[in-house]
Write a protein that binds this ligand. Structure first.
Ligand SMILES: [Zn+2]
Length: 472
């Protein structure tokens, strides 16, 4: 007599029979990525015992040993020159990348999932933002980059658990010397001749997930955005795809060799490159979620019939420098502000910061290129308080057209070029159409004064502000 089949077992059987080839394997891989193992990894890597994992230093060396042990425990084959190690010398230091791989069915191509495991050690090497006060203090580097290192270990664990045997070789790379100038990843690409890297995923600072995961590089290969979307379907992460590329981490030596790259990132913060970058401030579950995303993408990329075709991305160096400055100064939301400003100015991410500056100069008083250029948009250079009657000036931008005309904070602008100003929006509309010298009548300390604002003469009629938002 047949036993009555249990519904759960039957469902599992049906899933196994009906799922497209590879699906069930991927599910097993995803399930193998656990918050607990991520926590164990970051707690060890960012512990004081590893002394900030300085490259060439005792703590960095110990971290490398530990990683090799983890890879061996996972049963992954070594892919270094000396077992799991790929030793090299740079800047007078002996360093080691740690490499393991899952062999592919076909030779000649690889997918590389990498993270740098070094950090600033005891703060003696360059890079600490605590400067002299940071000397001798452990820079734990929990986010930078115990988080990415732990994530790559999870991706490796997932590949093993999945039992996938992908078309392309999958390399799990732990780079040394990143903080000294991308030394380990540069050494890797210089050695990896005779093999095409179909995709490089760089995990650097993925430990502070808040709302969305920023992802750089989705536009550096024609299939990457699609793979990201597919891998993210069961995960439901909010992805913020950025178009620019910056030489600020280990994806760069690959990108320079025209390899499509992806770099998930959870943002800079005021603990960046400081001894306060500690495990307690990590979102450990977030690291696990990002590792699942990377496993999904890597599995698709490793098995796809056709590799992604490389495409160049706009240079994002300017933004990166500013965002680092923000982290140093502890100014929150700087990047967001900058993006908002770009949007307002109509300056795309692909255009350099110089262009942002130019547009700003145009708008804050028509100096610089704006006086000659066709794109000039008249701007008085005042901050206005809400509500009428007239438009009350809260602040006057130094060097602006308003300042040169003699407009002062506290003035209430009541007439502009002969027309009555009912409220701030009314003034904005009038300013938008201004050209040449314009009489501006203001109420000042109970009386009235008339000043003359000189707008660029050849400016075309511009579009008025739609919503009257202020930038600063
Ligand atoms: Zn760093």
């Amino acid at each position: 007599m047949l036993a009555r089949p249990r519904p759960a077992a039957l469902a599992a059987l049906l899933v196994a029979l009906l799922a497209p080839a590879g699906r069930a394997d991927t599910a097993a891989g995803l399930a193998a990525i656990r918050e607990e193992s991520v926590r164990a990894s970051v707690e060890h890597l960012a512990s004081d015992a590893l002394e900030g994992r300085g490259s060439g230093a005792r703590g960095g060396h110990a971290a490398g040993e530990w990683l090799a042990g983890q890879l061996a425990a996972l049963g992954l084959a070594p892919a270094g020159d000396d077992g799991y190690f790929q030793p090299f010398e740079a800047q007078g230091q002996r360093m080691r990348n740690v490499l393991a791989h899952l062999p592919g069915r076909e030779p000649g191509e690889a997918v590389v999932i990498g993270a740098h495991y070094d950090h600033l050690g005891l703060g003696h090497q360059q890079g600490s933002l605590e400067f002299l006060r940071g000397r001798g203090r452990v820079h734990n580097g929990a986010d930078d980059n115990a988080s990415g290192t732990a994530a790559v270990l999870e991706v490796a664990r997932a590949f093993v658990a999945s039992g996938l045997q992908p078309r392309r070789r999958v390399v799990f790379a732990f780079f040394d010397g990143e903080e000294r100038g991308l030394l380990g990843s540069t050494h890797y690409v210089e050695q990896a001749t005779g093999e095409r890297v179909a995709l490089m995923i760089n995990l650097d600072m993925v430990g502070r997930l808040r709302r969305a995961v920023t992802v750089y590089g989705a536009n550096t290969g024609d299939r990457l955005a699609g793979w990201l979307e597919e891998a993210n379907r069961p995960l439901g992460l909010e992805l913020d795809l950025r178009r620019s590329m910056t030489p600020n981490s280990d994806h760069w030596p690959f990108y320079q060799r025209r390899v499509p790259v992806l770099m998930p990132f959870t943002g800079l913060h005021t603990d960046y490159h400081r001894p306060s970058d500690v495990v307690a401030r990590l979102n450990v579950e977030g690291i696990a979620r990002i590792a699942r995303l990377c496993f999904g993408v890597a599995a698709l990329a490793a098995d796809a019939e056709d590799a992604a075709v490389f495409a160049e991305a706009p240079d994002g160096t300017g933004e990166a420098v500013l965002e680092q400055l923000q982290a140093m100064l502890g100014v929150e939301r700087f990047g967001e502000r900058l993006r908002e400003l770009r949007e307002r100015l109509g300056v795309g991410e692909g255009e350099g910061l110089e262009r942002v500056g130019e547009r700003l100069r145009d708008l804050l008083g028509g100096r610089g290129r704006g006086e000659r250029g066709p794109a000039a948009r008249p701007r008085l250079g005042v901050t206005l308080e809400g509500g009428g009657p007239g438009a009350r000036v809260q602040a006057v931008t130094p060097g602006s057209l308003a300042e040169r005309a003699g407009v002062r904070p506290g003035d209430r602008i009541v007439r502009f070029g002969g027309a009555e100003v009912r409220d701030p929006d009314g003034l904005r509309a009038l300013v938008a159409g201004a050209r040449g010298p314009v009489e501006v009548e203001v109420e000042r300390r109970g009386g009235r004064a008339v000043v003359v604002a000189r707008f660029p003469g050849e400016a075309p009629a511009p579009v008025p502000d739609a919503d009257g938002r202020r930038w600063f």
